[in-house]
Design a protein around this ligand. Sequence first.
Ligand SMILES: [Zn+2]
Length: 241
Amino acid sequence: MEKFFKISLAISLLLAVFFALSFYYPDVGFWKKEDGGAWKNGAETEEIRQPYLESDGMAAFVPEENFEDELRPPLDRVAERVSKKPFGKFVTPQNSPVSPERFSGYHTAIDLEVFPEELEAEVKVPVKAICSGKLLSKRTASGYGGLAVQECEIGNQAVTVVYGHLKLSSISKNIGDEIGVGEEIGVLGNGYSVETDGERKHLHLGIRKGSDINILGYAQNEAQLSGWIDPCLYFCGQERE
Ligand SMILES: [Zn+2]
């Protein structure tokens, strides 16, 4: 009988200590007092969950890097237009999707084709600046016809942008002029004319790393190609306005 009494006393003491501790540290105990005065299981209350999430870093929102503010596509429906020569495609006169082909090498740009309703010479296809920056060059160049080169920054990195096969006389900005993102640079040259140096009506869009002017349309090796950025990284995902 005395043994039973001692065991009961020990259990009572343990329970008393447990309850005393959970009242003294309510936030770490199983029980938490709500405003109404009722006791509730703390694990189900927001007060405990929120600090946990914040300290765990889960509540912090980290937006994906995007360049929506500084970049815009030069034409609409870019992904649909890149049907013949994507970035980095190795082209030879034998395998080219374009015939006749006079170039060979890795394509340093993307070619944006026109839709059937844009094919006619009378249909003007305005090309917009993909970024904000100065016009570095406008001239006629072999393989391009009319050409514009613009300097820009993408994510604080200097780049130059090559817009090939434009109608030279439609480029109204002068060298050194600032061109805002989305502003018209010029219109596409007419196919198989001097405006495109005999090429079909389309836009050749290249983004070159750095600030030196380089209008190379085809790289002869992968090291050369690495000096260029695939414009599809920015424009061939979801459409942006
Ligand atoms: Zn091209």
